[in-house]
Design a protein around this ligand. Structure first.
Ligand SMILES: *[C@@H]1O[C@H](CO)[C@@H](O)[C@H](O)[C@H]1NC(C)=O
Ligand SMILES: *[C@@H]1O[C@H](CO)[C@@H](O)[C@H](O)[C@H]1NC(C)=O
Ligand SMILES: *[C@@H]1O[C@H](CO)[C@@H](O)[C@H](O)[C@H]1NC(C)=O
Ligand SMILES: *[C@@H]1O[C@H](CO)[C@@H](O)[C@H](O)[C@H]1NC(C)=O
Ligand SMILES: *[C@@H]1O[C@H](CO)[C@@H](O)[C@H](O)[C@H]1NC(C)=O
Ligand SMILES: *[C@@H]1O[C@H](CO)[C@@H](O)[C@H](O)[C@H]1NC(C)=O
Ligand SMILES: *[C@@H]1O[C@H](CO)[C@@H](O)[C@H](O)[C@H]1NC(C)=O
Ligand SMILES: *[C@@H]1O[C@H](CO)[C@@H](O)[C@H](O)[C@H]1NC(C)=O
Ligand SMILES: *[C@@H]1O[C@H](CO)[C@@H](O)[C@H](O)[C@H]1NC(C)=O
Ligand SMILES: *[C@@H]1O[C@H](CO)[C@@H](O)[C@H](O)[C@H]1NC(C)=O
Length: 505
């Protein structure tokens, strides 16, 4: 207001000038297109100006075309109620439009558009186009990290939403840990980069871990979009295996091996794990005694009733019930029938108490030799032979048939009674020479083969094996009939040996 017109009272009280604004005079000044209009003047605020003012049949100074905005009544002296820009003209009852920067027509535009609204104007529901740094449907809040009536000031803590510089009301999207003034940044693996105040978030594809900071097994890279070369590895770069995917182990082998099916859960990098029931061993790859199957859930006895401990397939028994042992195909069979008491080692079938008489071998599976009284359990060596006609440890070698009486020494096989006629040697396996002279039915040579009675004619030597004479070259040649060569030398016939006749008595 530039000046107060006469309708406004100016009182002087105790020397001070006090401006009094009467009820009817309130807001009489209206600025229209830069001009100030004093609506207390009749027809000053008629639409179209004073020229559109006149008398009608019942009243004077009627505005024919109604009032300029913000006024109503027939002389347009009354301001629209509230912040209405245009209102019903007779009594100002209805509000038609709001003044700039106000909204909510139905409540006479009592609400003010937000500071953030561009040009200060907004829709009747308060929504507007925001100035920079403002947000919200009514641009009523500052973007994260800004504060102030103009949202132009930065919060001290960049991760915070604030209403004053040092405040930290809540964390901006992408930040967490309010108590540290939102100093922590949500993982890139969080959906939309948003996390809860403890950093936990929903993981984006390819991320994992409580804070979504890890790549799912087999991928690597900041965005977890690169593939490890070794499919069973968690890697930090293409070829660098740092852990195994759950379910695999042995990093040095790029996680080539699967954890045992006996593991209750995933296994460590060395394959160790906690075992499922009935599985055992550091890697849980062994069944507890008595169980078999991939997960050791079957009792050995269901395949083979007598089996107490078997291999993983259940097919090969390692330990049988008393009285049984695993045979070569792995099934439990009765201990050897020749085991004393029918008892044997349940693992290997060895007869625990030895063999029944006449049997030998670890499982007493061998019979003692037929010519043996009883034999040693483990060697089969005979204690006594049933006859002297056999010899050897096992009494299974027949004495030489040239032994006198067919009998021989057990150990050596020597014919201890001597030899039959015309044989000699310890085991009588040599025949006396045919050239020994025979007398009656007596044997012709002694135990070293010397002839008892001399030699037949023409032979000599102790054993009469020397020929009576040796033929010279000539003698031999003479035998060749029709020989024409007369130049050949005549050789003396050498006769040796005759004098030795009867030399041996
Ligand atoms: C607010 O009013 C505008 C204009 O009438 C409209 O387009 C918008 O959908 C309204 N918004 C709400 C939240 O009602
Ligand atoms: C807000 O902006 C207006 C206009 O630019 C300026 O006059 C006022 O000082 C600002 N207020 C604050 C608190 O920055
Ligand atoms: C958080 O901000 C407040 C206000 O500036 C400060 O007093 C407090 O020490 C800050 N806390 C931490 C953990 O930085
Ligand atoms: C996580 O997902 C659930 C379900 O979609 C959703 O309700 C929740 O707001 C999400 N949390 C975050 C931090 O994104
Ligand atoms: C996930 O990883 C795969 C394999 O590298 C990649 O092709 C895909 O783009 C990734 N997904 C996202 C959302 O990054
Ligand atoms: C991994 O495999 C290699 C080769 O087979 C072997 O020498 C090594 O002992 C294994 N390491 C572990 C931890 O199992
Ligand atoms: C194993 O051998 C026994 C007899 O030696 C036989 O009765 C059984 O059928 C065999 N079992 C298998 C699985 O071959
Ligand atoms: C059965 O023989 C094995 C060796 O093959 C031995 O370790 C085990 O102690 C024996 N069992 C009994 C009950 O003597
Ligand atoms: C047992 O001795 C008899 C002679 O007493 C012999 O004929 C038989 O061949 C011998 N048997 C064995 C297996 O040595
Ligand atoms: C005698 O018996 C033993 C043991 O059974 C055997 O090894 C050997 O070959 C047998 N000898 C003969 C000549 O039968």
């Amino acid at each position: 207001m530039r000046e107060l017109k006469s309708s406004t009272g100016i009182m002087h009280l105790n020397g001070r000038k006090i401006v009094t604004i009467g009820f009817l005079c309130t807001c009489m000044l209206v600025g229209i297109q830069g001009e100030q209009l004093d609506c207390s003047v009749d027809c000053a605020c008629c639409k179209g100006g004073q020229s559109r003012c006149g008398n009608d049949p019942i009243r004077n100074n009627v505005c024919f075309d109604g009032c300029i905005p913000t006024k109503y009544g027939y002389k347009c002296k009354n301001p629209c109620w509230g912040n209405c820009f245009t209102c019903e003209q007779a009594y100002g009852l209805d509000c038609y439009t709001c003044k700039d920067s106000f909204y909510d027509i139905s409540n006479r535009c009592t609400k003010t558009c937000s500071n953030g609204c561009q040009g200060g104007v907004c829709e009747d529901n308060g929504t507007c186009e925001c100035y920079e740094n403002f947000k919200g449907p009514k641009c009523e809040t500052c973007v994260s990290g800004k504060y102030g009536t103009n949202c132009s000031q930065d919060c001290l803590y960049s991760g915070c939403r604030c209403t004053a510089k040092y405040d930290c009301d809540s964390c901006r999207d992408g930040y967490y840990d309010l108590k540290s003034n939102c100093s922590k940044v949500c993982s890139v693996g969080c959906v939309n980069g948003i996390c809860y105040d403890n950093g936990i978030c929903n993981c984006s594809r390819n991320f994992t871990g409580t804070l979504c900071t890890d790549c799912i097994p087999g991928l690597f890279g900041r965005r977890c979009d690169r593939v490890c070369y070794h499919k069973k590895c968690l890697c930090s770069s293409e070829f660098n295996c740092i852990h195994c995917k759950p379910g695999y182990f042995n990093i040095t082998n790029n996680c080539l091996f699967a954890c045992s099916s006996g593991c209750d859960n995933i296994c460590e990098d060395d394959g160790s794990c906690t075992c499922k029931l009935h599985n055992t061993g550091v890697r849980c790859d062994v069944c507890e005694s008595g169980y078999f199957g991939n997960d050791c859930s079957h009792e050995c006895g269901i395949k083979d009733a007598q089996c107490l401990n078997c291999d993983r397939s259940g097919a090969v028994c390692h330990l049988c019930a008393n009285g049984y042992y695993p045979n070569t195909n792995g099934s439990c069979i009765l201990c050897g029938e020749n085991c004393i008491g029918g008892v044997c080692n349940a693992t290997n079938g060895k007869c625990s108490l030895g063999c029944k008489s006449g049997h030998w071998g670890a499982r007493c599976e061998s019979a003692c030799n037929t010519n043996c009284t009883t034999c040693a359990h483990f060697s089969g060596v005979c204690e006594h032979c049933t006859s002297q006609e056999v010899h050897g440890l096992f009494c299974n070698m027949t004495c030489s048939k040239h032994c006198l009486g067919n009998v021989c020494d057990r150990d050596s096989g020597n014919c201890f009674k001597g030899c039959i006629k015309d044989y000699y040697g310890p085991q009588c396996d040599n025949r006396c020479s045919d050239t020994c002279k025979a007398i009656g039915e007596e044997t012709t040579c002694d135990e070293v083969g010397y002839c008892f009675n001399g030699c037949v004619n023409g032979y000599f030597g102790d054993d009469c094996r020397a020929e009576p004479y040796e033929m010279t070259q000539t003698a031999k040649s003479e035998q060749k009939m029709g020989q024409v060569d007369n130049d050949e030398e005549e050789y003396e016939r050498i006769t040796v040996g005759q004098c030795y006749e009867n030399a041996v008595k």
